[in-house]
Design a binder for this molecule. Structure first.
Ligand SMILES: Nc1ncnc2c1ncn2[C@@H]1O[C@H](COP(=O)(O)OP(=O)(O)OP(=O)(O)O)[C@@H](O)[C@H]1O
Ligand SMILES: [Mg+2]
Length: 356
């Protein structure tokens, strides 16, 4: 297995707009990488360049020692020579082909014999619980079954790299959950490298072994999901991952709230421009129990927990609590902070703990 290596990749559309801006990174062999970022940040463009569906303006793209693209030497390996499994949001199955014909389509293109095709279908049908469905047409399948056929089709040719662009976004919540588990299991069983594009932070947190957070055509941070969550390198990453998002408080001098947060994070206060507090790091107590007080603005029970809108020194913040709130809307509560619950960002948006 090989690493996917991107060196100074640039893609501008129409010669002006930089969709991918001098991107250099390595996606390690065997990882499940989620490329996560807001709409328009360049995720699809990056994936399509790896797939060979989009030609970079400059830079290099390698798969181990195999050159996919190099503007230096002018090399460009055609997509069908890259041995990839591709799956996009519109993963449409061929409606006029049976499940079996759909699955072995790639093998048929490679002129495999009927025995080879039949054997491969048998293996994949077992892996994806498609036994007995081979003769059906896609319209005779449930959404989840269709999705599994699409996965089987992608894997039929034994790709060495899987590239997926928001393949779950058309599914309902229950099916998405099921498919996330399926993909995770698949990655574990096959051990192949997966690059999965999503703008859904929950999808990335739950599936990835590595998350690469993209913003404006570059990767702001690449790390394990728990590190992205607990040690976000930048304010952008901190804000993008987590729901409700991290509370951000300007570190203006002489402000009680900023001083309280500053006390909790033991960093040189003058360097801090913004404090960040995860909603679950804010805990409610009886009034007077903490050094800070807040008025409850809204209470949103989700069933599993409570999202509580607070006014803290007149500023809106969100707290997330596993316990029902001890007070009602309009009442005052005391606030305490979970240890290590406060992050501090400098003027350039860098997390001071991570930079240090
Ligand atoms: N074919 C194209 N021609 C011109 N501009 C394009 C083209 N494809 C993408 N772009 C622009 O490049 C930028 C990056 O697009 P890209 O599709 O990579 O974003 P994305 O991160 O996948 O977003 P989304 O989450 O919305 O799918 C966007 O501003 C987009 O408008
Ligand atoms: Mg996209």
């Amino acid at each position: 297995m090989s690493d996917v290596i991107l060196k100074n990749l640039v893609k501008n559309y129409g010669g002006k707009f930089l969709a991918v801006n001098d991107l250099s990174t390595t996606f390690k062999a065997g990882e499940f990488v989620c490329l996560l970022g807001p709409s328009g940040c360049g995720k699809t463009t990056t994936l399509r360049m790896i797939a060979g569906l989009e030609r970079p303006n400059s830079g290099e793209l390698l798969f181990g020692d195999k050159v996919f693209f190099s503007s230096r030497t002018g090399e460009f390996l055609r997509p069908e020579k890259r041995n990839l499994g591709l799956m996009f949001q519109s993963y449409a199955l061929w409606p006029h082909m049976t499940v079996e014909e759909n699955v072995v389509f790639g093998l048929a293109m490679r002129k495999a014999t009927s025995t080879e095709k039949a054997n491969r279908f048998k293996e994949l049908a077992k892996l994806f619980h498609l036994d007995g469905l081979g003769a059906r047409y896609p319209r005779e399948l449930s959404g989840g079954q269709q999705q599994r056929v699409a996965l089987a089709r992608m894997l039929a040719v034994n790709p060495s790299l899987l590239l997926l662009d928001e393949p779950l976004s058309n599914l309902d919540a229950a099916l998405r959950l099921e498919m996330r588990a399926e993909l995770k299991r698949l990655h574990k069983t096959l051990g192949c490298t997966v690059i999965f594009v999503t703008h859904d932070q929950l999808e990335a947190m739950t599936m990835a072994t590595t998350i690469a957070v993209m913003n404006k055509g570059v990767i702001e941070q690449m790390a394990k999901p728990m590190d992205i969550y607990h040690r976000p390198a930048t304010r952008f990453v901190a804000n993008f991952v987590g729901n409700p998002p991290m509370n951000m408080v300007g570190a203006a001098q002489g402000d009680d709230l900023a001083a309280w947060l500053g006390n909790a994070c033991a960093l040189p206060a003058r360097a801090v421009e913004t404090f960040g507090v995860r909603p679950e790091a804010l805990r409610m107590a009886a009034p007077g129990a903490g050094a800070m007080e807040a008025v409850i603005d809204t209470i949103q029970p989700t069933g599993a927990d409570w999202i509580i809108g607070l006014a803290v020194k007149g500023r809106p913040m969100f707290a997330l609590s596993a316990e029902p709130p001890s007070a009602v809307v309009g009442e005052t509560v005391g606030l305490t902070l979970k240890p290590d619950g406060v992050h501090a960002f400098d003027g350039e948006g860098r997390n001071l703990e991570v930079v240090a």
